[in-house]
Design a protein around this ligand. Structure first.
Ligand code: PAF
Length: 279
């Protein structure tokens, strides 16, 4: 496995990798969710590259860029054990040269849901992912379905800008009690960790209700809100039932629908989602 920190070095190493290449973009501090992406990339490609870059432009002013957890040594051990060929871990100044001022903005899709609560977040994501695609030149790129809107934004960017690669969404990896695995879970106290199961239990309750025949979005949202309300440590930021492609809100679940939510557990904001197939 080769660790490369500059664009020039990476390009040189990339040129020597034959066959198809899968890319797993990450911000490091790897967990089982990331490793599921790496495993899938290994199954579907001759070689795998992983980027580790905490992207400053996707963090809002109080979103903890400076305190984002890091452990490069451990990350490298995990990736080596998984047979990863190339790791790209540049410093911020390698990606954002002085005077950097060209941005990728994905329109309406990026303004809803997470975009409404986190202005500029998806502009930062789309810009850095575009740069990573240009530097790495992968055949396929792997993203977790936990960040469903991120997947949609990247798919849209790839389609709108005629990029020649496949975006692969990989199912969310969960703890045994249903909590979606996320780097943010490490911020939770033991009590908050227990309370955080309310995200998945509320989504599961809505999914069960839908499976029993309920197609009205407002009723499914009510199920979620009332489940969250019963957990004293949880505060709902938003709940949405949206067309899974356009992310426009729907009144009736009559097509594939993304049911998603963001919840504050103490000072930690967690997101999760489930897709209902539609009837
Ligand atoms: O999902 C993430 O970890 C980040 O948003 C990504 C895709 C690596 C871009 O910085």
């Amino acid at each position: 496995m080769k660790l490369l920190e500059s664009v020039v070095e990476f390009r040189r190493a990339r040129a020597e990798v034959p066959g198809s290449l899968g890319l797993v973009p990450t911000m490091g501090f790897l967990h089982r969710g990331h490793m599921a992406l790496v495993k899938r990339a290994r199954e579907e490609n001759d070689s795998v590259a992983v980027s580790i870059f905490i992207n400053p432009t996707q963090f809002g002013p109080s979103e903890g860029y400076q305190t984002y957890p890091r452990d490069l040594r451990r990350d490298l051990e995990l990736l080596k054990a998984e047979g990863v060929k190339l790791v790209f871990a540049p410093p911020p100044e390698e990606i954002y040269l002085p005077g950097f001022d060209t941005w990728v903005e994905v329109g309406a899709l990026a303004e809803r849901l997470e975009g409404a609560s986190r202005p500029d977040h998806f502009r930062g994501v789309a810009t850095v992912v575009m740069k990573l695609f240009n530097i790495v030149r992968p055949d396929r790129a792997y993203f977790g379905q936990k960040d469903a809107q991120q997947v949609r934004v990247i798919e849209k960017m790839v389609a709108d800008l005629d990029l020649c690669l496949e975006v692969v969404a990989v199912a969310t990896v969960r703890e045994p009690d249903g909590l979606a695995i996320s780097s943010r879970n490490t911020h939770l106290s033991p009590e908050e960790r227990k309370a955080a199961t309310v995200l998945w239990s509320s989504l599961s309750a809505a999914r069960d209700r839908w499976a029993q025949g309920e197609a009205r979005a407002r009723i499914l949202k009510k199920v979620i809100v009332s489940t969250i309300d019963k957990e004293p440590l949880a505060r709902l930021d938003y709940v949405s039932t949206a067309d899974s492609k356009s992310l426009e809100e729907v009144d009736t679940i009559d097509r594939p629908t993304l049911v998603s939510l963001a919840v504050w557990i103490g000072k930690t904001r967690l997101i999760d989602n489930v897709t209902l197939a539609g009837r």
